[in-house]
Design a protein around this ligand. Structure first.
Ligand code: GTP
Length: 202
């Protein structure tokens, strides 16, 4: 059982959620971490932190999840959360074309300024509202493919594909990151300032 074997094979992975306000970032996290959904989920202020452990194959991934605020006034805080992150979920609302456009902006920003080895997922949320859909699956899948993102459509309300995003990310995380993490070292959260240059690539 995973619980008895976690000691050697546990990886910490910092994961950040980005996306427009109202896309469903907090709802996806709440569904994944607590199995809950709130029709009137409050808008996030600044960011919120959660952690959740997931057993994948013979390893255990402990996700350290930063749920950022989508309101534009918090945009400048985002680098603090995505710097040093091993993974990002960029969320949009399939019923809202603007939120999809905003998701693409986040992808561009991460491609320019994020960790180059970051595992990125694009999540089209609110699939339970199919009759109000504005962004087609094909369009988003093609975009994700062109940009090397893992693509999935979810519903935090009905739970469809929510755990799957995190499983898929866990599977894609590099087991060993030799350039950045010598053997045996555990990834830890660092304060944002200065962390990107110090840990990055040559
Ligand atoms: N129908 C439906 N509603 C959802 C779904 N996910 C979230 N919502 C609703 O959408 C609204 C916004 O959800 P949040 O999770 O707060 O969105 P957010 O992206 O965290 O928003 P900010 O914190 O403002 O950035 C809430 O009223 C949720 O109940 C979903 O899958 N289906």
């Amino acid at each position: 059982m995973a619980a008895t074997t976690i000691a050697h094979n546990t990886h910490n992975a910092k994961l950040v959620l980005l996306g427009d306000m109202g896309a469903g970032k907090s709802s996806l996290v709440l569904r994944f971490v607590k199995g809950q959904f709130h029709e009137f989920q409050e808008s996030t202020i600044g960011a919120a932190f959660f952690s959740q452990t997931l057993a994948v194959n013979d390893a255990t991934v402990k996700f350290e999840i930063w749920d950022t605020a989508g309101q534009e006034r918090y945009h400048s805080l985002a680098p603090m959360y995505y710097r040093g992150a091993a993974a990002a979920i960029i969320v949009y609302d399939i019923t809202n074309a603007e939120s999809y456009a905003r998701a693409k902006k986040w992808v561009q920003e991460l491609q320019k300024q994020g960790n180059p080895n970051m595992v990125m997922a694009l999540a089209g949320n609110k699939t339970d509202l199919e009759d109000k859909r504005k962004v087609t699956t094909e369009e988003a899948r093609a975009y994700a493919g062109e940009n090397g993102l893992f693509f999935i459509e979810t519903s935090a309300k009905t739970s469809v594909n929510v755990n799957d995003i995190f499983y898929e990310i866990a599977k894609r995380l590099p087991r060993a990151q030799p350039a950045q993490n010598p053997a045996g070292m555990v990834l830890v959260d660092r304060p944002a300032e200065g962390s990107q240059a110090a840990s990055c690539c040559s």
